[in-house]
Design a protein around this ligand. Structure first.
Ligand code: ADP
Length: 243
């Protein structure tokens, strides 16, 4: 469904992505692991054009896109087919939970308000926020805010949802509720690419784990194999540190 070929990105002298390839099938839940600074977030941001890659290609179904020189139309199409869940939620503080979810549907998609409201209510119900349609972000816990962020992504009905460390800004006691929601939507067949440090999510929910270090993919495989029999020395060292 999504193929990324040979993506490169540097910030000045700092080479952050040094030729990353990635293939994602419909229904895949792919978790990207790796030490801090290994380029995981940048990879996600380049796929969604939040950063411009120096080089690389995305093949999105029938669409071939040069990630360095994409037309506005191609960027628009990829953004329509993907949704992003941010580490810091990125909600509009002056809008209610419902309005945060409808915004992309009404403004981005040109959907009539009533239809957008219905979809947004369903999405908020799915993440357990039926009681919070009218709440403003300041009235929500971090876990609830992130669940609004996930509802917003789900409501867009994208081909794939990109999660950028969705629980790393949360107090530890709020992490579980967000992972639970992610697990639920994964089980429903949502295609997901998830950057996270939550090993339990990688073990229990992912069907593939990718380990990045120094801007390259060092190793990838099904979680069981990856965690029990890591092949590469760099992977073994990383797992020793985090498990
Ligand atoms: P990870 O998600 O694996 O922790 P990142 O992709 O966030 O890694 O960052 C990789 C490297 O790129 C880091 O050294 C970071 O400082 C650098 N970096 C990320 N974004 C920018 C930016 N906008 N400008 C300059 N350097 C950046």
């Amino acid at each position: 469904m999504l193929e990324i070929n040979n993506i490169h990105k540097s910030f000045g002298e700092n080479t952050v992505l040094d030729g990353v390839d990635l293939e994602i099938e419909k229904g895949d839940v792919v978790v990207v692991l790796g030490p801090s600074g290994s380029g995981k977030t940048t990879l996600l941001r380049c796929i969604n054009f939040l950063e411009k890659a120096d080089q690389g290609e995305a093949i999105f179904g029938d669409l071939h896109v040069n990630l360095n020189k994409a037309s506005k139309k191609a960027i628009h199409t990829i953004r329509k087919r993907t949704a992003f869940v941010f580490q810091n939620y990125n909600l509009f503080n002056n809008k209610t939970a419902l309005e945060n979810v409808t915004e992309g549907l009404i403004i981005g998609r040109g959907m009539p308000k009533e239809k957008a409201n219905n979809i947004a209510r369903n999405a908020l119900d799915k993440v357990g926020l039926s009681e919070k349609y009218s709440a403003y972000p300041v009235e929500l816990s971090g876990g609830q805010e992130q669940r609004v962020g996930i509802a917003r992504a789900v409501a867009l009905n994208p081909d794939i949802i990109l999660f950028d460390e969705p629980t790393s800004a949360l107090d530890p006691e709020l992490v579980g509720e967000v992972l639970e929601v992610m697990k639920t939507i994964a089980k429903e067949g949502t295609t997901m690419l998830v950057v996270t440090h939550e090993m339990s999510f990688a073990k229990d929910v992912a069907n593939r784990v990718i380990f990045m270090d120094g801007g390259v993919v060092v190793e990838e495989g099904p979680p069981k194999e990856f965690f029990q029999h890591p092949k590469e020395e760099r992977t073994q060292r990383f797992l020793k540190r985090v498990l």
